[in-house]
Design a protein. Structure first.
Length: 147
């Protein structure tokens, strides 16, 4: 098995001058950065005093699950001779208290060539290959449609 290592930096940018002197005295803002890539502005969810204009960890986890599924799906389609011309996922995640309870992926896929039934089945294979889905302890369901 090949080991892959990833590196990034998360820099807190929310010190208003008094640090964490009180729960309401600091911003949850941070910047996610890595060499050669655009920075991602982050914060906590607004429910936790975060900035709604910045990405929060919950959204990034949802985005990671969706993107991982998409990347595997496109790879499997290419190998199977299915020509995908569009892919859009309206993913949704649900937290209950302090834990994710479920993610539902809803990819809408347009194909120009290939077996439609196989294109549907490949979503199951993509899910089985997705390292995010294999790494979490809650269900990630997929409700795809093919056009």
């Amino acid at each position: 098995m090949t080991v892959h290592n990833y590196k990034l930096t998360v820099t807190w940018s929310g010190n208003r001058g008094t640090g964490t002197s009180g729960y309401r005295d600091y911003e949850r803002s941070h910047v996610i950065s890595a060499d050669g890539k655009p920075s991602i502005p982050g914060s906590s969810d607004p429910a936790f005093r975060g900035d709604a204009t910045r990405w929060n960890p919950e959204e990034l986890l949802l985005a990671s699950a969706s993107a991982c599924h998409k990347l595997w799906y496109l790879h499997l389609c290419a190998d199977a001779g299915i020509v995908v011309t569009a892919y859009e996922d309206h993913a949704q995640g649900t937290m209950n208290g302090d834990r994710f309870e479920r993610i539902v992926l809803r990819p809408r896929v347009t194909i120009a060539a290939g077996d439609r039934a196989l294109a549907m089945r490949l979503h199951h294979q993509a899910h089985a290959q997705c390292y995010i889905a294999k790494s979490v302890n809650f269900p990630i369901d997929c409700e795809p449609s093919i056009e």
